[in-house]
Design a protein. Structure first.
Length: 380
């Protein structure tokens, strides 16, 4: 419910929620499917464009509901086809969404929170502190906005978005209900019809919520590992102090084995020069992951001002990759896209207007995983 208009935002409703909405306003449940198609397949936000819905019901909908995506502050398209949107959410903060086209697929990187409370030492979102949780409409609204950019509303839009990764700003498992609702809409045929293997949630390791996730949805999981032992991980990813590696990997393993068919965990590992890129770290990682079906995505650190970290040399990155590869792992190194629109990892900028942890106006240089082989993207 929008507090200022008193209207329900239909954009963020899952199919069962949409059916309940129609029941509540005294209408038939089948209307849910009609409206969802208009909203998500055709990109419509105007009830009058819904030609298979009679005038009386359209008027009733206008009185009770709205279709409202987050406000688009900017949209940029790179020479390589990468697109970046900065959108403003209800709290007044801005978050980013990036679309990365690749041969035969298109991956959308979506934000779940403005800021993040978890404060990983090399992440600029963490440096902002937590600002707000996005609503379900704001999470799916990023997909809606991106999708609309590939069509002419209200014509049916071709499916340019084949994969979604919850790897934008924020920790998705700390905005659980809204992210789960949005992911249901991503996978619903009345929504975006994206296969469950191609919707990936990335987490820094909120163990109890990994367990919860497995109970309510079937999506691919990516774990932001970044360190192969507790001592180092405590320093880089502070939530590790609460949920250490053994507990975390067990929860991840349980999650993927609970999915039924053969699935793998994606391991994200940001390489930080002189910190977690030594051969001994690769060796520890090989041991740690020995019994876990996984593929590894190495992310060379993307620097931002005052981070205190550096990106390793290409040689060091290759050496690390080779060691994992020789141990039998599927290892990719994330490449940078969209340089000319600052859409590369570590170059995304979100303005956070009202912040909880710092009073001065702050321009956040945001790291988004613009990926040569995004977690979900290589799962076909
Ligand atoms: N909060 C979730 C998802 C968002 S971050 C998580 O942590 O998994 C997406 C990925 O980008 C994470 O693996 C994160 O650790 C990584 N990342 C953050 N800052 C980075 C930087 N400066 N350079 C490279 N990768 C970074
Ligand atoms: Fe939050 Fe993820 Fe950044 Fe850690 S890496 S601070 S969990 S957004």
């Amino acid at each position: 419910m929008n507090a200022s208009t008193g209207k329900v935002n239909l954009l963020g409703l899952t199919q069962p929620q949409m059916e309940s909405f129609f029941e509540q306003i005294g209408e038939k449940r089948f209307r849910a499917g009609q409206v969802m198609k208009w909203v998500h397949h055709f990109g419509v936000d105007d009830f009058d464009a819904m030609s298979n819905i009679g005038k009386a019901l359209r008027e009733k909908l206008k009185a009770n509901a709205e279709i409202r995506g987050p406000e688009v502050v900017s949209e940029d398209i790179s020479a390589d086809g990468t697109r970046k949107w900065v959108v403003r959410v209800a709290s007044g903060s801005c978050v980013e969404t990036v679309y990365i086209p690749q041969a035969g697929r298109g991956t959308l990187c979506v934000s779940s929170q403005a800021g993040c409370a978890l404060d990983c030492s090399f992440c600029s979102t963490g440096k902002q502190g937590f600002n707000s949780n996005l609503t379900a409409a704001e999470v799916i609204g990023q997909v809606w906005i991106a999708n609309r950019s590939f069509g002419t509303v209200p014509a049916k839009i071709d499916r340019a978005i084949t994969n979604v990764v919850m790897m934008g700003m924020g920790e998705p498992l700390l905005n659980f209900d809204n992210v789960v609702s949005a992911m249901h809409i991503m996978m619903d045929d009345l929504g975006y019809g994206i296969s469950k293997r191609k919707v990936t949630l990335s987490t820094s390791g909120v163990v109890p919520m990994i367990e919860e996730l497995g109970k309510v949805i079937d999506v691919s999981l990516a774990l932001s590992l970044h360190a192969p032992n507790d001592e180092l991980r405590n320093e880089l990813v502070p939530i590790n102090r609460k949920y250490p590696l053994a507990m975390l990997l067990e929860a991840c393993q349980r999650y993927i084995s609970g999915l039924g068919e053969k699935r793998v965990l994606t391991i994200e590992y940001t390489l930080l020069k002189g910190v977690n890129d030594h051969p001994e770290h690769a060796e520890q990682m090989i041991e740690l992951l020995a019994s876990i079906p996984c593929k590894i995505n190495l992310i060379p650190f993307n620097p931002f001002p005052h981070s205190g970290y550096e990106r390793p040399s290409n040689n060091a990155i290759r050496r690390f990759q080779d060691m994992l590869h020789k141990a039998g792992h599927n290892v990719t190194v994330r490449t940078t896209r969209g340089d000319d629109i600052d859409a590369a990892c570590g170059q995304l900028v979100g303005q956070v207007a009202d912040r909880t942890r710092r009073s001065e106006r702050y321009i956040a240089v945001r790291q988004l995983p613009v990926d040569g082989a995004p977690a979900a993207a290589s799962q076909s």
